[in-house]
Each structure stands twice: as structure tokens, then as C-alpha cells.
Design a protein around this ligand. Structure first.
Ligand SMILES: O=C(CO)[C@@H](O)[C@H](O)COP(=O)(O)O
Length: 233
């Protein structure tokens, strides 16, 4: 493997290894990628390889059109989704896909995750969006490629910025998160799973729980992310 990709292979490997440590994946579920925009490629987990068998060298190098540039193993089955997002959302350099239990349950319910408390407001001032399930024509196309557009179209339809909200539930599928680094994308996946679990439990205690008032959401978020805040770096 060319030395010139070793830095993103190492970054992708370390980020992938965080997923089982954070209980965000079971067996070979999920995948993480890390991009180098100066080279126009990203390193991604190979498909079907157990996390305990991963090495940096096994990370597959792919371009932003989803073509394998280097690697003997097949890249993740979600590679086209990662490629579409890297190609169109130019500020992201890390993407995570998991099937974490609570976030996936919300994705299967086709509901956005409402803001029930300040824990959620620490990270997002909006309900966590759930992209609608794929249309028949999307299903008839390239599934993973279409998932990338399903994600971007949802953000466009909801008027959301991918730089402010770094997570989404894909209807009938599972969550995707992203960030300026692969490590930040992993952090976002762990935060999303925690928010999803808290929201589910909140609704199981009180089905008609009330959303946080917008004024408090704004006040709380700004308290955490205001000037000179280290939070969420
Ligand atoms: O979304 C799915 C399956 O529904 C995939 O993300 C699998 O969870 C992992 O696939 P590979 O990355 O091993 O191909």
C-alpha cells in the first residue's frame, strides 16, 4: 500500500476501532471513513471484516466517485454513500455509519428525534432529522449511491446545514454522522445514540412529553458553544 495513504488509513482504523469500544456496533455492522481532500480520496473499512481483524493496511482507498484506488479487500457496502457525501459536502472529512440500537429504532420509526432536554440541546438546536424511506425508483437504482442523495435531499428539504447538524437517521435503515475529522464523526455517533436512548425512555415514561421551549434550546446551546468555548471542538 502506498505510503501516501497511510495517514488516512491510520485515522480510519483508529476511528473504526472506537465503534465496538463505544458499543455502537455488533459483529461487522457499521463502518467509518477518513478523507484527505488534497488527495481526493478517503480510507474506509473493508466490507464484512470483523473489527478485531482490522489493521490500518486493510483500510481501502476510494475516490470521491466511489472507485477503489488501492486495496485488495472489497470496500464497505456503504462506500457509495460516503463518496456522495464527500463529493457534495466539501467541509466534511470523516463519516460514520452504525446500526446502533436506539438510533436505528428511531430510523425504523421514520420519526425525527424531538428535543426533550438540555442533553440534546448541548449538541443540536433541532430535532434530529429522519430521512424518508427510499422511493421505488431510488430502490431500483444504486442503493448506496441513492442513500447519499436521500441524506442530502432531507437536509435541503428541512433547510438544515450539514456543518451545524452532523447527524441523520435514514428511514428504514440506520444513522449516519459526519464531521471535520473521523474522530468527531465517531463522537457524533455516540452522542446520537445517547440522545436516541434518552428520548425513547422519555416517551416510554410520558408518551406526550413536551419539547424544550425554543428559547431555552437557544440559550442552552449558546451557553455551551459561545465565544471561547472549547465544547464540541
Ligand atoms: O447498512 C448496512 C447493512 O444494512 C451495512 O452498513 C452493514 O452494517 C455493514 O456493511 P459493510 O460495511 O461490512 O459492507
Amino acid at each position: 500500500m502506498a505510503q501516501k495513504y497511510s495517514h488516512i488509513q491510520q485515522e480510519a482504523y483508529e476511528a473504526n476501532m472506537q465503534l465496538p469500544k463505544l458499543n455502537l456496533v455488533l459483529f461487522t455492522f457499521g463502518n467509518v471513513s477518513a478523507a484527505d481532500r488534497s488527495l481526493g480520496v478517503f480510507a474506509i473499512k473493508p466490507s464484512g471484516v470483523p473489527y478485531e481483524d482490522l489493521t490500518p493496511e486493510k483500510m481501502v482507498i476510494v475516490d470521491f466517485d466511489g472507485n477503489t484506488v488501492e486495496g485488495i479487500l472489497r470496500p464497505s457496502s456503504d462506500t457509495k454513500t460516503h463518496a456522495v457525501l464527500y463529493k457534495h459536502w466539501e467541509k466534511i472529512n470523516g463519516i460514520v455509519h452504525t446500526h446502533s440500537t436506539y438510533a436505528t429504532a428511531w430510523a425504523q420509526s421514520l420519526r425525527d428525534i424531538p428535543i426533550y432536554g438540555t442533553t440534546h440541546a448541548d449538541h443540536n438546536t433541532v430535532d434530529i432529522p429522519c430521512a424518508p424511506p427510499m422511493s421505488d425508483e431510488m430502490i431500483g437504482g444504486n442503493y448506496e449511491y441513492e442513500t447519499g442523495f436521500q441524506i442530502m435531499n432531507c437536509f435541503t428539504d428541512k433547510g438544515l446545514s450539514y456543518e451545524e447538524v452532523e447527524m441523520i437517521l435514514v428511514g428504514n435503515h440506520a444513522p449516519f454522522t459526519w464531521g471535520k475529522t473521523a474522530a468527531k464523526a465517531v463522537y457524533n455517533s455516540a452522542v446520537l445514540e445517547q440522545i436516541a436512548q434518552m428520548a425513547y425512555i422519555t416517551e416510554s415514561i410520558k408518551a406526550d412529553a413536551l419539547r424544550l421551549k425554543d428559547a431555552l434550546i437557544k440559550k442552552h446551546y449558546e451557553r455551551k458553544h459561545g465565544a471561547n468555548s472549547y465544547y464540541g471542538q
